[in-house]
Write a new protein. Structure first.
Length: 415
């Protein structure tokens, strides 16, 4: 009885975690027939791995199943609450296992949260094969995992589960309702489709949402789901990969003159809880980087949207951001300034100490005048034409530089 009560306190997603490889669903790209991981497990030659994927995509489950299939001892650490002290104890046991001919798998969840020194502590043990490291991360390992450690592992990308997979998992749980929920339960297709849609490919969210619904009612419909969920159904990770991919989608949609798509991605960010000032700052940058000289009103429009966000906040400022996004998307584009300043930076790095030509130096003192500071400078307003006032402003080594191409690009739209 006590054991049964304890299990009831374990979330459904944990209770239904696959116990055998044959029960694992999804991730066909890395785990389908003849995929690398399948063949590595079959040959009992699993290398150290980094699983990169969204929450609920099966990273932990897959690590557990690999350990089971390869008869390896399994240790699991969370990078949030563990450190080098815990690692030392595991490495001692792993070394003993190695001498006894047994493999050790060390699974580190959220490995991206470990700092450089913590990650470096893994290197010699991974390199010697004392442990098979399986790290799990929701963040891009190119940025969050040390290069030295990354070079000693193989990165496998897990994707969000499809809605079809989530529906299969939920229906399987309902088919064994007495075991899954401790009572008979049913859910209509509309409710299950709704749960699958709002779960964002996360099997854990889908199953635990279903469980919460069944606790409310033996017969689950959309109304029950809506009552249970109590929140916006927008899935958006403000600090993670989703944040970077959606702001990229917004930028590229505006750059490609698609105001409708740009508004959609803006909505995904704002309705997901993004700071409107972050979006506004990106628009200010875009106004000069991608529109620039093609439309001198773009920057004031973006700055005005930023100020409106400061004055009003959400939700009132959403329409100001929408106005700026639509305006920038439809505006004629020019990246001439962005390209030009890139060349400027390159020249400055390569010629950091070029002297200012004497004739355009200021000469506030007698000594400076005696040294020919300002000598021969042509004061432009004193000349009738630009040709008469023409003079060199660059240092000698950079004479004739042209950074800006004022020719408008083809195929862009007017505002």
């Amino acid at each position: 009885m006590a054991k049964s009560k304890d299990m009831n306190n374990v979330p459904l997603a944990e209770r239904l975690r696959p116990k055998r490889l044959a029960e694992f669903l999804g991730q066909e790209k890395i785990f389908g027939a003849r995929a690398f991981l399948q063949e590595a497990i079959a040959a009992d030659r699993v290398p150290s791995l980094i699983f990169w994927g969204p929450p609920g995509s099966g990273k932990t489950t897959l690590a557990l199943l690999i350990a089971q299939e390869t008869q390896a001892e399994f240790y699991q650490l969370s990078a949030v609450g563990s450190g080098v002290k815990e690692l030392r104890a595991i490495f001692e046991k792993a070394e003993a296992n190695r001498k006894a001919g047994k493999k050790t798998i060390l699974f580190i969840d959220e490995i991206h949260r470990w700092n450089k020194s913590q990650q470096d502590a893994l290197l010699p043990h991974v390199e010697r094969g004392t442990v098979i490291l399986i790290g799990a991360t929701t963040e891009n390992p190119s940025f969050e995992v040390n290069g030295a450690l990354l070079s000693r592992t193989r990165v496998l990308v897990l994707e969000k589960h499809t809605e079809e997979t989530l529906l299969f998992l939920m229906r399987r749980a309902l088919d064994a309702a007495e075991t899954s929920f401790g009572k008979q339960a049913a859910a209509d297709d509309e409710a299950l489709n709704f749960i699958a849609a709002i779960s964002g490919g996360d099997a854990r969210i889908a199953l635990n949402t279903l469980e919460a619904c069944v606790l409310q009612s033996d017969s689950v419909d959309v109304e029950v789901v809506e009552r249970v969920v109590h929140r916006s159904h927008i899935l958006y990770d403000k600090g993670g990969e989703e944040h970077h991919t959606i702001i990229s989608a917004l930028h590229k949609s505006m750059r490609g003159n698609d105001a409708n798509a740009a508004l959609y991605w803006l909505g995904r960010m704002l309705e997901g809880g993004e700071d409107p000032l972050y979006v506004a700052r990106r628009l200010v940058r875009f106004a000069s980087e991608d529109v620039g000289l093609a439309n001198s009103f773009a920057l004031p429009q973006a700055v005005a949207a930023y100020q409106a966000c400061q004055f009003l906040g959400m939700p009132e400022c959403e329409v100001h951001l929408a106005q700026a996004v639509a305006y920038l998307a439809q505006s004629k584009k020019s990246n001439a300034l962005y390209v030009a300043y890139g060349h400027v930076k390159e020249d400055v790095r390569n010629t950091p100490n070029e002297p200012v030509p004497l004739h355009i130096r200021n000469a506030p003192t007698k000594l400076m005048k005696e040294l020919d500071y300002g000598k021969g400078y042509r004061y432009t307003p004193d000349y009738k034409t630009a040709d008469e006032a023409a003079q060199e402003y660059f240092p000698d080594r950079l004479k004739g530089r042209k950074y800006i191409d004022f020719t408008p690009p083809a195929g862009t739209k007017e505002t």
